[in-house]
Design a protein around this ligand. Structure first.
Ligand code: MRU
Length: 356
């Protein structure tokens, strides 16, 4: 998708270096950063220079390529794969991508391993782009249906950033929106700010602006009254891990939006590639929920009067705070899952019909 009119992907490989867009600096600075070692990749995931379930999976895959360049040795590769998996706990795509790479790289000659690893990492990215595009085409049908009934702008509410910046291209939740916009269907997006890291305001609104999709940032608590007023036609969110039961882990606050949507008969869709499905865990209480540094709550970053990025404390110095990064939306609140293979009910039966 575009930034200042130029097409980008979120990650690519060039001259033995992995290139990323540093998302901690957006929207105020656009910086392309080099990852040269597997440690750089782990650090980029931990500090959220790259974030979003599919993108951290792709970064981990490229991280293994960097590990091979550094030290072409099986035990180093194994240790690196564990460190990558441990870099963030909730998004299953991370483990999925590392497992896929390691399976491909087991029993491979050391003189071939780099080429095979690089091809597989690239393949993971290409596949994600295709899947996200298909999610867009499938989700487009829902937006079209609403438009054909309403004959007026379709208002979509989204939470966090499940946009192209969270994937390689297109995004998951935003892909149907981009497809609708490209088709000339009038869409407007209510963008949840998404405290504490403001992925909605800093990333979703930014990328929608760059693609000229009308959008309005709202405080996280605003969605409820907008739904009561009939100003939300549908919600689409992404997910970091969806269980085979249809229960959905996503950015903290998603659950409350789903409750409000249910109370107001607003359809609540979750968009995901199959790499985000956890086929093993059956009870959502077993999903590891990341708890991040409470400084993400107590401090905010923004531009000062000299256009420099500044971090300031906004809480009382003595106050404690707690920063859970994800919550679970039980399947009963999810209208449907929009996947690369089609739209299904958020249930074991629904998923089984699409993914044999
Ligand atoms: O903590 P983040 O910014 O990595 O969280 C991202 C989300 O919760 C996204 O909604 C999710 O990964 C889906 S991305 C297509």
């Amino acid at each position: 998708m575009k930034i200042e009119g130029k097409e980008y992907r979120t990650i690519w490989f060039e001259n033995n270096v992995v290139k990323i867009i540093d998302q901690t600096k957006l929207p105020h600075q656009f910086i392309i950063k080099d990852l040269k070692t597997v440690k750089d990749a782990i650090n980029a995931i931990k500090t959220m220079e790259v974030r979003g379930a599919p993108l951290i999976g792709a970064t981990a895959a490229y991280g293994l390529v960097l590990a091979i360049i550094e030290n072409n040795d099986q035990s180093f590769l194994k240790k690196s794969s564990q460190d990558l998996i441990n870099s963030r706990p909730t998004a299953i795509n991370l483990k999925w991508a590392v497992d896929r790479m390691m399976k491909k790289l087991s029993r491979v000659n050391s003189d071939q391993i780099f080429t095979i690893a690089l091809n597989e990492a690239k393949e993971i990215c290409e596949e994600d782009i295709k899947f996200c595009e298909n999610i867009g085409l499938n989700g487009l049908k829902i937006i079209e249906e609403i438009y054909n009934k309403k004959k007026d702008t379709v208002n979509v509410l989204t939470h966090c950033n499940a946009g192209w910046l969270a994937t390689i291209n297109w995004g998951t939740a935003t892909s149907p929106i981009y497809h609708a916009h490209k088709k000339g269907i009038p869409v407007h997006v209510w963008v949840d700010e998404t405290r504490p890291r403001n992925q909605g305001a800093n990333l979703t609104s930014y990328e929608l602006n760059e693609e000229e999709v009308p959008n309005t940032i709202i405080a996280d608590n605003t969605g409820g009254i907008l739904m009561q007023r009939g100003e939300v036609d549908m919600c689409i969110v992404g997910t970091d891990r969806t269980l085979s039961t249809g229960d959905v882990a996503n950015k903290i606050g998603t659950y409350l939006k789903a409750l409000a949507a249910k109370d107001n008969n607003v359809p609540f869709y979750v968009a995901l590639p199959s790499s985000t499905i956890d086929w093993d865990i059956k009870d959502f209480k077993d999903i590891p929920i990341e708890e991040r540094n409470s400084e993400e709550l107590s401090h905010v970053e923004g531009l000062d009067e000299n256009n420099d990025i500044k971090k300031i404390l906004i809480y009382p110095k003595k106050s404690k705070s707690m920063n859970l990064a994800f919550d679970i939306t039980p399947a009963k609140y999810v209208t449907g899952l929009i996947t690369e293979k089609g739209i299904c009910e958020a249930s074991t039966d629904g998923l089984k019909k699409l993914f044999k």
